[in-house]
Design a protein around this ligand. Structure first.
Ligand code: PBG
Length: 331
């Protein structure tokens, strides 16, 4: 450890760019990034999302163009989210099981165009498909039913895997869903399909713009506090992660990102498994708002926040700034 001044001057190694580069403990590369993309119906469509300046929904043909861009930038994986048309939403979200739904068509189109050159992570939860915007099936009081929802999530996962998804990412926070999905994937010939569990997902105020983007925001009554975690809790996050790993998760996610880096570090230190974090929509919007207000410089804010995830122990980060960051990192 450090000795006594003046023998020890910690500023010595910071004096030049080459020395700073040589002593850097953490590296950020495009391979650390997962790019979330919103898919919408139509052809040659770009629909800007007003609460996420710089982020758009793309029709399937355009998603393929974004996927090619990602490959060229060295981004290894996309996270896909559908903006389901209101007439295809229902109380039970059964559009999630339709083999020709928007998500499955996007998966197949990217796979046809790009083969295995990019990973496809698909979100599992019913909120893009329900008429009430909750992630699962609800009873007459609006309570989200656990075991009945898990059955739907298993069907949704098999549907995505059959279309060609590489990583199933359950974001619903039902108990027992990882084990049920893992068993079904094994039984149905998808042994190599990974599961990245949104293991520690908090009931956060940072998801607003995402709900606009998938079209569930206006529909949602109440909140998601009976299934997503209380932001006050950290030990409970470790229990969630432990359970999901025991049930067969290949990697785990912490969400949101920056306000929860303490959770990332504790999970990493405790379990020594691949940990990912989601820099969520509200975090993206905060950076863009700061830039618009002249309170910060975009490129520096983006790279510093992404690097912080790596320093905290993440293997990678889902970020709406992924393509921009990859461009900066590629110089
Ligand atoms: C839905 C889901 C959400 C996000 C990812 N999957 C929203 C929610 O739980 O309400 C949020 C992502 C973001 O805010 O960028 N199950």
């Amino acid at each position: 450890m450090s000795g006594t001044y003046p023998h020890t001057r910690l500023r010595r190694v910071r004096a030049t760019a080459w020395s700073r580069a040589m002593h850097r403990e953490t590296q950020l590369t495009p391979a650390d990034l997962i790019w979330p993309l919103f898919v919408t119906e139509g052809d040659a469509i770009e629909q800007p999302v007003s609460s996420l300046p710089g982020v758009s929904r793309w029709s399937v043909d355009q998603i393929v163009v974004r996927a090619k861009e990602a490959v060229d930038l060295g981004i290894p994986c996309l996270a896909l989210f559908p903006n389901t048309q209101p007439e295809r939403r229902s109380e039970d979200g059964k559009e999630a099981l339709n083999p020709d739904n928007l998500m499955c068509r996007a998966i197949r189109a990217i796979r046809d165009a790009l083969g295995d050159s990019i990973g496809l992570l698909t979100d599992v939860a019913l909120d893009p498909y329900t008429s009430h915007g909750q992630d699962g099936l609800i009873d007459e009081d609006g309570y989200v039913l656990n075991d009945q929802t898990v059955e739907m999530l298993v069907g949704q996962s098999l549907n995505q895997a059959a279309a060609g998804a590489d990583i199933i990412a359950p974001s619903d926070m039902m108990d027992g869903r990882i084990g049920a999905i893992r068993a079904a994937l094994e039984d149905e010939g998808h042994a190599n399909v990974q599961i990245m569990s949104y293991a520690a997902k908090y009931a956060s105020a940072f998801y607003g713009p995402f709900r606009d983007a998938v079209g569930s925001g206006g529909l949602l009554k109440g909140n998601k506090k009976t299934y997503q975690m209380d932001p006050a809790n950290a030990e409970e996050a470790l229990r969630e992660v432990e359970m999901d790993l025991a049930e067969g998760a290949d990697s785990v996610m912490v969400k949101p990102g920056l306000p929860y880096l303490d959770i990332v570090r504790r999970v990493k230190d405790t379990f020594e498994v691949p940990v990912f974090a989601y820099q969520v929509s509200g975090e993206y919007a905060m950076i863009e708002a700061a830039v618009a207000a002249g309170a910060g410089e975009r490129d520096a804010l983006v790279l510093e926040t992404l690097l912080a995830f790596k320093r905290a122990g993440c293997s990678g980060v889902l970020s709406y700034h992924a393509a921009h960051a990859a461009r900066l990192l590629n110089g």
